[in-house]
Design a protein. Sequence first.
Length: 218
Amino acid sequence: IMAVQISPSILSADFARLADEAAAVQNADWLHVDVMDNHFVPNLTIGLPVVESLLKATSLPLDCHLMIEDPDRWAPGFAEAGAGSVTVHAEAAKAPVRTLRAIRAAGARAGLALNPATPVEPYEDLLGEIDMLLLMTVEPGFGGQRFLDIVLPKIRRTRSLIDRHGGRVWLQIDGGVSVETIERCAEAGADVFVAGSAVYDSGDPAAAVDKLRELAEG
Ligand code: DX5
Ligand code: ZN
């Protein structure tokens, strides 16, 4: 049995009340922070200064998802600041092995993210360098988009790949995760679930986290 983890995305939270929005999901495992630079994705969100403030404002570990160009330059700084996990996109990293090692050396878990159309097979040899593989189930850039079912076969293939390598690497799913879609993702082999709008647009974020966890646990 896999341990299910829920990582609410503050992209759908009220940015003027981030400490309260973090406190509203204390029953979650992580707080997912979407860092966007308006180059890798067509949206601009938050950066290191906000992450540094959030680290002081919440006891939840931060799960930083960097949707930026030149993650090789920026990712180690998020780990050094105290993020629990730092994930870089394979499409953007020019020196992923060096960057993933720098994240780990700074004491954080290292994640590698793949867009919906990026195949997982070329990255098999990097499994030993990472603690989490993130499969995007929407095109990155915005919350509230519709879940892309076409990624489900890749989730299954990735689960087999990870299990063949000992099953240590976490498999995270991000985009369109809701009460409608989380069971399919869990059945396909995901174990860490990011949810933004499904948590923060629900009226009761903590109850939404519990409900998503219950559905994913089956
Ligand atoms: C999208 C971000 C997601 C986003 C998910 O590019 O990476 O983390 O917050 O939002 P929902 O859960 O609403 O699809
Ligand atoms: Zn994200």
